[in-house]
Design a protein. Structure first.
Length: 175
């Protein structure tokens, strides 16, 4: 029976390990036991050089998921792949993920690919400077954070009065 297992890889080598495993699957014995290799990623938005950019970030750096039947050949195929440091489990025996855990990881991956999360997180009471929009170069203090929508309510001093201004994460930077 095929189950999902977590494989520990060298950090930054997740995509390379995935490619190597998929190449081995097309060539050698034990390949029928391995069905899918997954590197859970999410899309994140950030500002670089004044421009909003969307990039991918790994959910679990240093780990990949493999849907496989744990046979000796498949175990050996995975373990001997360059960049793999081992299976996650108790002792020498790999432990499979439950279907619920896998479904949750896949759901989060799909959800975060549709709506990019901000790379920078903010907290209430933090000082920020507005970089974009009609309030550019104004400074203020964060009053509210809505991470799901990627919005902030910032108290900005306009003509000597504190005024709440709703801004997106990418429109401000930390002081």
């Amino acid at each position: 029976m095929k189950q999902w297992y977590v494989i520990h890889t060298q950090t930054g080598q997740e995509a390379k390990v995935k490619t190597s495993l998929e190449t081995k699957l097309r060539q050698g014995p034990g390949s029928e036991a391995i069905e899918q290799v997954l590197v859970p990623t999410e899309r994140v938005s950030e500002i670089r050089s004044g421009k909003k950019r969307i990039s991918e970030r790994k959910f679990f750096p240093g780990y990949i998921l493999v849907h496989m039947e744990l046979t000796d050949e498949a175990w050996h195929l995975v373990r001997t792949t360059q960049g793999v440091t081992g299976f996650i489990g108790a002792g020498r025996q790999p432990v499979a993920l439950s279907e619920d855990e896998v479904n949750e990881i896949v759901r989060q991956t799909e959800e975060r690919k549709e709506k990019p999360a901000p790379r920078v997180t903010f907290s209430k009471g933090e000082g920020v400077r507005v970089t974009e929009g009609p309030f550019g170069n104004f400074s203020g203090v964060i009053d509210e954070v809505n991470a799901q929508r990627g919005k902030l309510k910032v108290m900005v001093s306009i003509f000597g009065r504190q005024t709440p201004v709703e801004l997106e994460f990418w429109q401000v930077e930390r002081l």
